[in-house]
Write a protein that binds this ligand. Structure first.
Ligand SMILES: N[C@@H](CCC(=O)N[C@@H](CS)C(=O)NCC(=O)O)C(=O)O
Length: 220
């Protein structure tokens, strides 16, 4: 591997991988993308992320950076001349990191339970998922993006989940728009950005992939 090259190890439907792709696209960075088969991880992934063995991994100058939010922050710091993602102001930066972490701690965990579980557990997951989105919607308020006038860190953290909404809604039998209309307007606004619409997977393909995964790996 050439030392200076930027390489991204990802997986097609991963919202975490999409975060890295969007950040690289926002900065206009050329990179080599390597798709991982997560059922048969490559020696490179195991070498580059020996602790978690998860994607995404960004490899820059031959050195690995792991964890999607850390990758987005790294990209923002290294290529700081254009399209800033994190605010410079320490308070606003702390706030952006808080909400991006909230997406991981609350939105992600509840969203997964929505399609993986059934019955009472699924009901609790739906409630938690929609509540977490409601909190985000309140933080968004009337701003076009989470950080204000321009697309930034929290937008990158959350928008990949949008292409999974169809899956959560179909398994959970609800509509996000009925509860969080402003959040859906925000998502549609983000989808007008090239970095986002060229990165996000097709929602029906996500759904098909989840059905396939459930058939193969989860006994019903
Ligand atoms: N917290 C991690 C989560 C990454 C993650 O869960 N990646 C999944 C794909 S969506 C993965 O690589 N799974 C493989 C495994 O768990 O073995 C991040 O933000 O990068």
């Amino acid at each position: 591997m050439e030392e200076a090259k930027v390489v991204l190890l990802g997986s097609r439907f991963s919202m975490f991988g999409m975060r890295a792709k969007i950040a690289l696209a926002e900065k206009g960075i050329k990179y080599e993308y390597m798709e991982e088969d997560l059922t048969n991880k490559s020696p490179l992934l195991q070498e580059m992320n020996p602790i978690y063995k998860k994607i995404p991994v960004l490899i820059h100058h031959g050195r690995p950076i792991c964890e999607s939010l850390i990758i987005v922050e790294y990209i923002d710091m290294v290529w700081h001349n254009n399209s800033p993602l994190l605010p410079l102001d320490p308070y606003h930066k702390a706030q952006a990191k808080f909400w991006a972490d909230f997406v991981d701690q609350k939105v992600y965990h509840a969203s997964k339970r929505v399609w993986i579980s059934k019955g009472d557990e699924q009901e609790v997951a739906k409630k938690n998922f929609l509540e977490s989105l409601k909190h985000l919607e309140e933080f968004l308020g009337d701003k076009p993006y989470f950080g204000g006038e321009t697309f930034g860190f929290v937008d990158v953290a959350l928008i990949p989940f949008y292409c999974w909404f169809y899956t959560y809604e179909t398994f959970g039998n609800f509509k996000v728009e009925a509860v969080c209309p402003k959040l859906i307007s925000w998502a549609k606004r983000c989808m007008q950005k090239q970095s986002v619409f060229e990165t996000l997977a097709d929602e029906k393909e996500v759904y098909e992939a989840v059905l396939d995964y459930k058939t193969k790996f989860i006994l019903n």
